[in-house]
Design a binder for this molecule. Structure first.
Ligand SMILES: NC(=O)c1ccc[n+]([C@@H]2O[C@H](COP(=O)([O-])OP(=O)(O)OC[C@H]3O[C@@H](n4cnc5c(N)ncnc54)[C@H](OP(=O)(O)O)[C@@H]3O)[C@@H](O)[C@H]2O)c1
Length: 420
């Protein structure tokens, strides 16, 4: 919980930076006004969009020559134009690559090496998530081939150059592998490394992801793409109107709560809607009754962030003498600043009650400038000089999952990758 609050409040860690620091801020003291023959050179993969584009822009602004390996030279040229508009003296070199193809990576490397540039920084940032089962030209599952094997080969082929550059310039090289906190979602029981290298057998985690994406039905007969209407189609409660099921649905004035209330009402359930804003509640009622004129919707005021308001809602509800068959605790808020409820509890905790998953989407709420900060910090800051094999989150050293830290799995991965 502390971690989540630190993240949300952007509290700075030992580096002096936190989750809301931008790439520009964390590199403000890292300009490299070196003579051009000593200019740092960085390769940034996946720089045509997102975090990679911001990383390239900020490093170029700090005086680093950027080599951009791209699949699409047109997109690369647009990036170069954008960067040079802001930093006219920026040196941007575009070379073609497809990280899912071993042959293309080899071609890129020999082309890069023939330019005789030094290589100080390698940022393995490109990432794709293939939402269907597809294979690279080397017959390897596409996401694994692009994100991991491609960068592995690229690093292998450039390592000697980095060592040579470090020896010649006396400046240590840096390799930054961009990862994601999502790595910690992988459970040991679902991780079958051997299967990862055999395209025909997918590891469990991948299977789960593909099941989800393809909407494959589970034992209930429904899957990720089943709608609320579909899964309740056999559930119309043809009860006498004086004895319908009654459900309280919190957070029904927007999002999933609206749909939950609408579908339950359509199935004959009386819906009690606790709403902070009765006007929004009335709009919901109108919308539902337009579709299901016989729907019974009861609106009552509540603020889930206030004990007093919850108590007053409950006594009001109880005074109505309605039955209560279903209670759907759906409301959730994500407070992106540190604020407290009237009862002096942190607001998100007070409203959602440890509904921790509600905090997870917050991880995706960073701006691109904030998303690129850790990469730029690790690539340029004097504070990360000599740091090796560490994992950084929000510009501070952190712990990766125990599975990611497992030396024997790492060795197996290393050996089998090399064998490929
Ligand atoms: N965005 C987030 O919320 C987030 C969170 C945590 C970690 N990350 C990590 O940050 C990194 C960048 O993420 P992003 O969201 O900025 O990505 P993005 O906007 O989707 O960009 C992906 C980049 O990778 C390139 N790429 C994909 N497949 C390629 C291939 N076969 N060969 C060469 N380049 C290829 C794309 O090039 P094209 O233009 O050719 O498609 C694009 O430049 C990824 O490693 C991701 O896992 C992102």
């Amino acid at each position: 919980m502390k971690e989540a609050l630190r993240y949300l409040a952007g509290v700075a860690g030992p580096s002096g930076y936190g989750s809301n620091s931008t790439a520009e801020q964390v590199t403000q003291d890292c300009s490299c006004p070196l003579p051009s023959h000593h200019q740092l050179t960085a390769i940034v993969t996946g720089a045509t969009s997102g975090i990679g584009a911001e990383t390239a822009r900020v490093l170029a602004k700090r005086g680093v020559r950027i080599v951009v390996p791209v699949r699409d030279l047109k997109k690369g040229a647009q990036l170069k134009e954008r960067i040079q508009k802001e930093t006219p003296e920026a040196k941007i070199v575009l070379l073609e690559i497809d990280l899912s193809s071993f042959a293309s990576i080899k071609r890129f490397c020999s082309e890069f090496l023939s330019l005789n540039f030094p290589l100080n920084i390698l940022i393995n940032n490109a990432g794709k998530f293939s939402n269907k089962l597809e294979f690279s030209e080397d017959k390897i599952e596409m996401t694994f081939a692009t994100n991991y094997l491609g960068h592995f080969l690229l690093t292998e082929l450039l390592l000697e150059k980095m060592i040579e550059t470090a020896a010649q310039t006396g400046t240590q090289g840096r390799i930054v592998n961009v990862s994601s906190v999502i790595h910690s979602w992988v459970e040991r029981d679902n991780f079958y490394f051997n299967q990862m290298l055999q395209p025909k057998k997918l590891p469990m985690i991948m299977k789960e992801a593909l099941r989800y994406l393809a909407g494959v039905a589970g034992p209930s007969g429904y899957g990720s793409n089943s709608t609320a209407e579909q899964v309740t189609q056999d559930c119309s409660f043809l009860r006498p109107s004086y004895h319908p099921l009654t459900a309280i649905v919190t957070g029904a004035t927007s999002g999933i709560g609206v749909e939950t209330a609408r579908v339950l009402a359509k199935r004959g359930v009386r819906i009690v809607v606790p709403a902070r804003d009765l006007k929004k509640g009335a709009q919901l009622k109108e919308m539902i009754q337009k579709e299901s004129p016989e729907a019974k919707i009861v609106l009552l005021e509540i603020d889930l962030g206030s004990f007093a308001s919850i108590k007053s809602f409950c006594s009001e509800f109880l005074s109505l003498n309605l039955p209560l068959n279903i209670l759907i605790n759906n409301a959730g808020k994500l407070s992106n600043k540190l604020e407290f409820s009237e009862d002096k509890f942190e607001m998100t905790f007070a409203t959602n009650y440890l509904d921790f998953l509600c905090l997870v989407p917050g991880k995706f709420l960073k701006s691109i400038a904030q998303g690129a900060s850790t990469t730029c910090y690790v690539a340029l800051s004097p504070k990360t000089e000599g740091v090796n094999g560490s994992y950084f989150v929000d510009c501070n050293e952190s712990r990766c999952s125990s599975l990611a830290n497992d030396e024997s799995e790492a060795l197996q991965l290393w050996n089998q990758t090399r064998a490929l």
